[in-house]
Design a binder for this molecule. Structure first.
Ligand SMILES: Cc1cc2nc3c(=O)[nH]c(=O)nc-3n(C[C@H](O)[C@H](O)[C@H](O)COP(=O)(O)OP(=O)(O)OC[C@H]3O[C@@H](n4cnc5c(N)ncnc54)[C@H](O)[C@@H]3O)c2cc1C
Length: 316
């Protein structure tokens, strides 16, 4: 296993941002609750068509979805997620059915769904053709489950179902520093954060992938360091690369507010990856760094050996 590091400017000299943009106001030091604000959305099921597929890396494919049923889709936050419905083994796509926004066929045979992050929605990211909306999802390709396998064979003209998002979440864009960590499944969220954070915000990014061929190009920022962590053939979810790297990062103690090398003041740590890695990061930031839920949000996006892991479960 190895670590490669590419960095643009080191984080320093950034101005403190406390505008409350997207947050409803800055979080208060010591506040016990997360500052992520949810705005509930109308639940809807949609049958969408794959318009384009783009390889972002050896193991990450961008799938662009469209179609008339995209009308009314809403998503605005960096961590908004929804369910994708895939064809079953026979190739049939069983769609979710709603009764007054309540999902009623959750146990129907053939229903095959997984959670995904809304990467972008709206004006097409790739063609910039403002005439039609497009929904973009970045999917990890792997052989361990049906969604990972579907991503590997995705092609224009295929159909997927969607359900949600159930809410759009405004998250803090006004902090003095950011630490973002993810494996392949957290990478779309990291890209979303980077798209939204103010250009001068000091950001440290930690991304775990198998090797250099799995790295994705990140747009340059004024004050960002990016550390790619390589599993080098070790199975995804089997290493402590990501949690070790975050634990070794110089982001300092939020409560004390002293200079930490990534800036001073109130920070934000976001992580999404295999559940045990996320658990280790959560334990570290709370026990070792003294952060409370006003300063981080993190979720186990999948769990080694578990099919369709429920990210609302206590193990997440
Ligand atoms: C809120 C949320 C947002 C998410 N956003 C994204 C996203 O934008 N892009 C994305 O790619 N994923 C995302 N995920 C993760 C994705 O839902 C899971 O990886 C899902 O388990 C994949 O389904 P599957 O059918 O391939 O595997 P499953 O059938 O669920 O699991 C089968 C086996 O595969 C293993 N497995 C699952 N995922 C992986 C993986 N990535 N690598 C190696 N082994 C794996 C499991 O441990 C299990 O042993 C998100 C998850 C959540 C909860």
């Amino acid at each position: 296993m190895s670590t490669s590091s590419s960095s643009t400017a080191q984080a320093r000299g950034a101005t403190s941002r406390r505008s409350g943009v997207g947050t409803g106001g800055p979080a208060v030091a010591g506040a016990p609750t997360s500052p992520v604000r949810k705005v509930p959305l109308r639940m809807a099921a949609r049958r969408l068509t794959v318009l384009r597929v783009v390889d972002l890396s050896r193991s990450m494919r961008r799938v662009v979805l469209g179609g008339p049923e995209l009308a009314g889709f809403v998503s605005d936050g960096p961590i908004d997620h929804f369910k994708l419905f895939f064809p079953d083994a026979s190739g049939a796509l069983v769609m979710p059915r709603l009764d007054e926004e309540r999902w009623v066929n959750r146990d129907e045979p053939g229903l095959l769904y997984r959670d995904y992050t809304v990467r972008t929605f709206g004006v097409p990211a790739l063609t910039h053709d403002a005439a039609v909306d497009e929904l973009v999802v970045d999917l990890a390709v792997h052989d361990h489950g049906p969604a990972g396998r579907w991503a590997g064979q995705a092609a224009p003209g295929q159909e997927l179902g969607t359900l949600g998002p159930r809410s759009t979440k405004a998250a803090p864009l006004d902090r003095d520093w950011y630490v973002l960590a993810g494996d392949e499944t957290g990478l779309p969220g990291v890209l979303n954060w980077l798209d939204r954070l103010p250009e001068q915000a000091p950001v440290q990014v930690f991304l775990e992938v198998d090797g250099p061929a799995d790295e994705v190009e990140l747009s340059a920022r004024a004050a960002m360091t990016v550390t790619w962590l390589h599993r080098n053939g070790a199975p995804a979810g089997s290493t402590s690369l990501l949690s070790d790297a975050v634990a070794a990062a110089d982001f300092g103690a939020r409560a004390a507010g002293e200079s930490t090398g990534t800036g001073t003041g109130l920070g934000w740590v976001w992580a999404a990856a295999e559940a045990s890695a996320v658990r280790a990061i959560r334990t570290h930031v709370t026990a070792e760094r003294g952060l409370d839920r006003s300063s981080f949000a993190m979720t186990g996006f999948w769990r080694l050996g578990v099919e369709n892991f429920d990210h609302h479960s206590p193990e997440a």
